[in-house]
Design a protein around this ligand. Structure first.
Ligand SMILES: [Zn+2]
Length: 156
């Protein structure tokens, strides 16, 4: 695979993930109780400047959903278009300066905001890293791909 197609595949995956946020949120109960869906792969990982840390992803789908549900005040923003709930599906930042940038999708209207420079890196990174640390032993070899998970979620 050339570097270019590799990058395109990566971008397409993020695109699909961003688009699927409302569907994932709708089906959160199911994801949290179905082991197969819980363990499905997502592209979500924390991109950090200068350092790398344990439990920074990529995260299984259930870990993302737990972070969204249990730490709504950290991962939710108000949609500027419809006032609905936006969920942060990607963020990056620096543990040193504490600055961060995130992207979010509205669960109500699908509106997306990209690379918003706002908020504290620690508030975004800490909860999901803590949740992920509980699932280090989750089997990865036979995990559903994100595409497979979306097909299942759409069928429910
Ligand atoms: Zn909206």
């Amino acid at each position: 695979m050339t570097e270019k197609t590799d990058k395109q595949t990566h971008e397409r995956q993020w695109e699909r993930f961003a688009e699927a946020v409302p569907l994932i949120w709708q089906q959160r109960e199911r994801i949290l109780t179905d082991l197969q869906l819980f363990g499905a792969r997502t592209p979500m990982r924390i991109r950090m400047a200068y350092v790398s840390m344990k439990d920074s992803g990529p995260y299984p789908l259930g870990v993302v959903v737990r972070a969204w549900s249990e730490y709504a005040e950290n991962y939710t923003r108000v949609c500027p278009k419809c006032g609905g709930q936006m969920l942060i599906y990607s963020f990056s930042g620096s543990p040193l300066s504490g600055r961060s940038s995130h992207s979010a999708t509205c669960t109500a209207c699908g509106y997306r905001q990209l690379h918003v420079d706002e908020g504290s890196f620690g508030r975004l990174a800490s909860p999901i890293m803590r949740i992920a640390s509980e699932y280090r032993d989750l089997p990865k070899g036979d995990a559903l791909s994100f595409e497979e998970a979306v097909i299942l979620l759409k069928r429910l």
